[in-house]
Design a protein around this ligand. Structure first.
Ligand code: NAD
Length: 248
């Protein structure tokens, strides 16, 4: 049976959505989980619920992470944000912000945690990427490029970590109904001049063979499996969970 008893895990963006479901799943399997999020109230609530710890931190302040050291067996890079706009109107600071939170911070966290994993000869890094880590989508220049970068970072981490018992993988979900997606639906409806319900139907469900959104707990259980001992030979891989979207 899969157990994570005795493992210490850090889940970024663990206060909401996919991160919250992941923090709960890892805790259910016996891990001690640190919920790392800028939303102090929500992070503390989730930490209390799963008998874990809250780490209130803003991952856009990447300089503050330069000298960080982290002691953990499992790192889930999940914190993320979205901005939807055509490139010629894309606000430069929004592009930088997305890259800081979704690419620079994951690099700095991996860099901070690897020494402790190498010392124990065991570690699991899971990067919550996206279908957009593998496929482009118009109006999401920052998100798509940051997620593509995260795919590269994940593979390099896997290559360097392998001899030390450390694996690194990406999960690539299709759309999950979270606050991030709710906001994106509203932005896309405005951009395309259609109703929000139509965005779901036309933009989010057309490509899915299963014809429904992904559930956060489904992503969480894939992450948990990648963190298990059974997944020790899985590294540098990217696992889509998208109802068949990218198989087309
Ligand atoms: P969400 O908005 O529900 O949760 C994101 C969490 O990250 C929030 O708790 C937020 O406070 C935290 N966060 C954001 N910026 C932060 C910062 N600067 N510092 C610290 N914490 C910060 O979003 P979600 O949909 O669960 O997204 C989680 C991850 O999953 C993201 O990386 C996202 O790109 C990815 N993803 C989401 C979907 C989807 O459809 N929802 C699909 C594919 C991939």
């Amino acid at each position: 049976a899969q157990t994570l008893a005795g493992r210490r895990a850090v889940v970024t963006g663990g206060a909401s959505g996919i991160g919250r479901a992941t923090a709960s799943r890892l805790a259910e399997l016996g891990a001690r989980v640190v919920v790392a999020d800028r939303d102090a109230e929500a992070a503390e609530a989730v930490a209390a619920e799963i008998d874990g710890e809250a780490w209130v931190v803003d991952f856009s302040d990447t300089r503050a992470l330069d000298d960080l050291t982290l002691d953990a067996d499992i790192l889930v890079n999940n914190a993320g944000i979205q901005r939807v706009a055509p490139i010629h109107e894309f606000v430069a600071d929004d592009f930088r912000l997305i890259h800081q939170v979704m690419l620079e911070a994951p690099f700095l966290l991996v860099r901070a945690v690897l020494p402790s994993m190498y010392a124990r000869g065991w570690g699991r890094v899971v990067n919550v990427s996206s279908v957009h880590g593998l496929r482009a989508s118009a109006f999401k220049a920052a998100y798509v490029s940051a997620k593509h970068g995260l795919e590269g970072l994940s593979k390099v981490t896997g290559l360097e970590g392998g001899p030390h018992g450390v694996t690194s993988n990406c999960v690539n979900p299709g759309y999950v109904r979270t606050p991030l997606v709710e906001k994106q639906v509203a932005d896309q409806a405005r951009l395309h001049g259609i109703a929000e319900a139509e965005v779901l139907e036309q933009v989010m469900l057309t490509e899915s063979a299963v014809k429904r959104l992904v559930e956060a707990h489904e992503v969480a259980s894939l992450v948990a499996w990648l963190c298990s001992d059974d997944a020790g030979m899985v590294t540098g891989a990217s696992y889509t969970m998208d109802g068949g979207w990218t198989s087309r």
